[in-house]
Write a protein that binds this ligand. Structure first.
Ligand SMILES: NC(=O)c1ccc[n+]([C@@H]2O[C@H](COP(=O)([O-])OP(=O)(O)OC[C@H]3O[C@@H](n4cnc5c(N)ncnc54)[C@H](O)[C@@H]3O)[C@@H](O)[C@H]2O)c1
Length: 253
């Protein structure tokens, strides 16, 4: 008999699923039988992906609390939330620059999407999950939240904040059957980083890959596999954790 992770009968909202990692997660959730809602800031992206995988599009900006609550109220019950929408800075990983050379205006876009976006979405879905006695929240973070990364201070702070929120919500949600976990990704091959990988001679990509035990960037499917598991019934005794999915660039302690 095949071993199955079945998300049938569960409504799953994936934020920032119009491309990249979020899209991969949405595809995997649809394959696992979930009733998927594809969110993105860009309506055309949400509609395109939703059309391709047989899901429902829901375009809103996770940084706008009123828009988040209005959209989630319309969905009438979200069993699984995947906080994937994120801001990692300029395309191609240019970085933010030295912390001392940056200002609050530079930090804000990271905190707004990567931390406030997660607070907003979690706040909107949790009351329903608690009422129904079942829920799953999975937040996509970054390995740089734990290891630190020069020139990415606000990004690391925002992602570490989301991991702290995971632990706090796990502590509150467990008694109601709600689990909350974080996945900390290494460097992925997505639209956001394509400039690195499309040029085989890119020196930065080459030196980066030497640091990965498994010498390739992550793929959306790598993040999707663990997301499906953490959202499943089988993961009902796993909560408050941060799981590295990073090709072995670092090892958790
Ligand atoms: N790409 C990497 O190497 C990498 C590494 C570690 C962690 N991550 C994390 O993985 C997640 C996905 O990364 P990706 O590479 O697929 O990103 P991406 O930029 O390719 O896709 C992100 C999607 O989110 C949407 N989005 C952005 N802001 C939004 C908002 N305010 N509200 C709703 N949607 C919004 C974008 O329109 C886009 O479609 C992010 O949280 C990112 O920080 C990525």
């Amino acid at each position: 008999m095949a071993y199955e992770l079945d998300l049938g009968g569960r409504r799953a909202l994936i934020t920032g699923a119009g491309q990249g990692v979020g899209r991969g997660i949405a595809e995997a959730f649809a394959t696992a039988g979930a009733d998927v809602v594809v969110n993105d800031l860009r309506p055309e992206r949400a509609e395109q992906v939703a059309h391709e995988i047989g899901a429902t599009p829901s375009a809103f900006d996770v940084t706008e609390y009123a828009d988040v609550t209005a959209a989630i109220t319309k969905l009438d019950g979200v069993d699984i939330l995947v906080n994937n929408a994120g801001n990692a800075g300029s395309e191609g990983f240019g970085g933010l620059g030295r912390f001392v050379d940056t200002s609050p205006a530079d930090w804000e876009p990271f905190l707004r999407v990567n931390l406030y976006g997660v607070l907003h979405c979690a706040h909107a879905v949790l009351p329903g999950m608690i009422d129904r006695g079942w829920g799953r929240i999975v937040t996509i973070s970054s390995d740089s939240a734990r290891t630190g990364e020069a020139n990415m201070a606000a990004y690391a702070a925002s992602k570490a904040g989301a991991a702290g929120l995971t632990r706090a919500l796990a502590a509150e949600g467990g008694r109601y059957g709600v689990t909350v976990n974080t996945i900390a990704l290494g460097t992925m091959r997505t639209e956001a980083t394509e400039a690195l990988w499309s040029d085989p001679d890119n020196a930065h990509a080459k030196s980066l890959m030497k640091r990965y035990t498994i010498r390739r960037p992550g793929l959306p499917s790598d993040a999707a596999a663990l997301s499906v598991f953490l959202a499943s019934e089988q993961a009902s005794w796993i909560t408050g954790q941060t799981y590295p999915v990073n090709g072995g660039i670092s090892f958790a302690q």
